[in-house]
Design a protein around this ligand. Structure first.
Ligand SMILES: Nc1nc2c(ncn2[C@@H]2O[C@H](COP(=O)(O)OP(=O)(O)O)[C@@H](O)[C@H]2O)c(=O)[nH]1
Ligand SMILES: [Mg+2]
Ligand SMILES: [Zn+2]
Length: 305
């Protein structure tokens, strides 16, 4: 039984030349929402150019065999690399407040890396059961001043987790990003019951192979909300155009966009005081300045040869 119409669907999994495409419609054929698809041969884009998270137009929907054909790719909003996922709406940068110890410079680099995608970035602090309440409040305040929404989690207090779930269900497509050991897998297992990814403490050797070879996949949290299940998403390579760096710090771009500060030079790097209007009285300025200076020394070195 084939359906004549074309529908827009979401690629939630990719295996070689096959794609799992989910439809999200009122007339979604009830349980027949997921289809195994191949790209139409005559179409001028290749398998490698369609990623999990992409929206595609499918046709030749066969309700019985649950097969369909991908006709075209809808223009994507963004594309993350390693893992390749299209159309992310939210990045949650995850760090533990202890074990491993919080490293501010590392948090800074992850946040900058996340900002490069140009989507909403939030910070999640795990393992708050390991610190005093006062310290937790101190950290929330610190990172709010960095310009971020901060969500704190404590495995012993399920209420915190409930709030995160409510938030995730409002977002289109979220991904967790953070160094290893901070609790990303633990969190995903709580969010997607039955997923049973291997956490570090349990696994190490036995199941590591299985964990690292798993393909990236989207899991549905509500009718319009997905989370990326990825075993090994750390940090994008920091290949930043130096001129872009001010746009990756909320403390800076808010001054420019919201308050309209107007430095003397249009491409002001906010390093020298000459004609610079940026209020540099914020904690991360030192990280910013270091990064600009390291870019510069790199640039001059290359110019020298
Ligand atoms: N005390 C405490 N331990 C946690 C919490 N979340 C995760 N862990 C532990 O941290 C370790 C690493 O977690 P895992 O999810 O594998 O981290 P990942 O490397 O980021 O995926 C495991 O032993 C977890 O049980 C938490 O909120 N509190
Ligand atoms: Mg993990
Ligand atoms: Zn300036």
């Amino acid at each position: 039984m084939k359906v004549a119409k074309e529908y827009k669907g979401l690629v939630t999994k990719k295996f070689n030349e096959f794609f799992r495409v989910e439809l999200n419609l009122k007339e979604n054929f009830d349980s027949n929402k997921k289809f195994l698809c191949k790209i139409r041969k005559s179409v001028n884009f290749k398998n490698q150019l369609v990623f999990v998270g992409d929206e595609v137009i499918i046709s030749q929907i066969d309700l019985k065999s649950k097969r369909a054909t991908i006709e075209s790719l809808v223009q994507r909003k963004n594309l993350l690399e390693r893992p390749s996922v299209a159309n992310i709406s939210n990045i949650y940068v995850i760090f533990s407040v202890a074990e491993p110890k919080l490293n501010l410079s590392q948090v800074n680099r992850f946040l900058i890396s996340a900002e490069q995608l140009g989507v909403e970035v939030s910070l999640v602090l795990t393992k708050c059961d390991l610190i005093a309440e006062q310290k937790r409040l101190f950290l929330i305040d610190k990172f709010q001043k960095w310009g971020y929404q901060v969500i704190t989690l404590n495995l012993n207090n399920p209420n915190n987790f409930k709030n995160l779930m409510i938030e995730l269900k409002k977002k289109k497509c979220s991904i967790f990003m953070g160094p290893s050991g901070v609790g990303k897998t633990t969190l995903l297992n709580m969010i997607i019951p039955g997923l049973d990814n291997t956490t570090a403490a349990v696994s190490s050797k036995i199941k590591r192979g299985k964990n690292t070879t798993r393909n990236v996949e989207l899991f549905s949290l509500s009718s319009k909300s997905y989370i990326v299940d990825t075993p090994g998403f750390n940090m994008q390579t920091l290949e930043i155009d130096i001129r872009e760096l001010p746009n990756l710090y909320p403390e800076i771009y808010k001054q420019v966009v919201t308050f309209g500060i107007n430095c003397k030079f249009r491409n002001c790097q906010h390093i020298n005081d000459q004609g610079c209007k940026l209020n540099k009285n914020f904690e991360r300025y030192i990280f910013y300045k270091e990064m600009i200076e390291s870019f510069k020394s790199h640039y001059y070195l290359n110019q020298g040869d």
